[in-house]
Ligand binder design. Structure first.
Ligand code: SF4
Length: 308
């Protein structure tokens, strides 16, 4: 433990179990959260006309940012070296947990690439068909992420029960509405009704308020799934070594439930033409692909440039 650098020691301290044991949560917590979700969204799912709806953290963040953007880009996701690097790096981190000897990031990433390309999902298809240049870029970015992780995260101990890229899913209304996600890294687990798990998102780049909302969403799904919430959620910024932690309590879960209900309501309304999508200008206009056809977004950018 003493061979850890200050950044690793800081992370270890932040994630450490509290000295005083946590209290057990009420037995019906997960069930009651799901019941509240279904009560609040009963009217909204009627708009689906029997069509299934899948919602993840990206879709929620998008609809809370700008509804027009959400509607205009809903079929627009494509894999690229940039969008694939997280999945490759997380797989490499996962392999590193049980790697014999000192794990080297390039070896872990090569092994991760080799395994992911054998999958049966869209990422496997992208990896199988990408150009040599894209492969080089992806490998380089994933290696950087894994190196940054090893530099600022304490070495993962098997006793912490680490798991990476863990799928989490809640089916409401008999599967008509699916809320789902994939947790970058989870450590520990509950003991009976006593929370014990830590959910961690690994990020490159700068912090944003949305990152905390993403993790709160995962805490909500985990609580409905298991009946026990995680004890802590944490965003680990690999570039700066900073970790943003939040203890999970019922207020946090209630806030996440309200945001989720609001987001699903908006999505059902705009995707099923109950009403027109609203427009919300802001920093997202800076990179929005719809901006050439969006007068409000162009005007916002022009005004911002005039101010600077
Ligand atoms: S340019 Fe801005 S306001 Fe227009 S759709 Fe994009 S995010 Fe929304």
């Amino acid at each position: 433990m003493t061979s850890m650098n200050p950044a690793q020691l800081r992370v270890l301290e932040l994630l450490r179990k509290p000295r005083d044991p946590l209290s057990p949560v009420r037995e019906d917590l997960g069930v009651s959260l799901l019941a509240e979700l279904e009560d609040a969204l009963a009217g909204s799912v009627a708009h689906l006309g029997g069509e299934r709806m899948h919602v993840n953290k990206h879709l929620l963040a998008s609809v809370h940012t700008c509804e027009r953007f959400t509607l205009g880009t809903r079929d627009g996701f494509t894999w690229s070296a940039r969008t694939a690097r997280g999945s490759v790096a997380h797989k490499a981190v996962q392999l590193g947990v049980n790697w014999r000897g000192e794990p080297r990031a390039p070896d872990l990433v090569d092994e991760a690439l080799g395994r992911l390309v054998d999958g049966d999902d869209s990422l496997a298809g992208y990896l199988a068909g990408m150009s040599e240049a894209d492969r080089a870029e992806l490998r380089s970015e994933a290696v950087n992420m894994v190196n940054a992780f090893h530099e600022c995260f304490p070495p993962l101990q098997a006793s912490w029960k680490p798991s990476t890229e863990t799928a989490v899913r809640v089916d409401a209304f008999g599967g008509l509405l699916r809320l789902h996600g994939r947790i970058d890294l989870a450590l520990g687990g509950p003991t009976g009704l006593v929370p014990g798990k830590v959910l961690i998102d690994l990020k490159t780049g700068v912090s944003a308020a949305q990152h905390r909302d993403d993790l709160r969403f995962y805490a909500l799904l985990e609580t409905i799934r298991l009946g026990v919430p995680p004890r802590l959620v944490a965003t680990c910024y690999l570039d700066s070594g900073r970790v943003d932690c939040e203890k999970v309590n019922e207020s946090v879960l209630d806030a996440s439930l309200a945001r989720t209900v609001d987001g699903v309501r908006k999505l059902t309304e705009i995707q099923h033409a109950v009403r027109a999508a609203t427009v919300s200008t802001g920093p997202a206009c800076g990179w929005c692909p719809l901006r050439p056809d969006c007068s409000e977004g162009r005007a916002w950018i022009t005004e911002r440039e005039g101010r600077s």
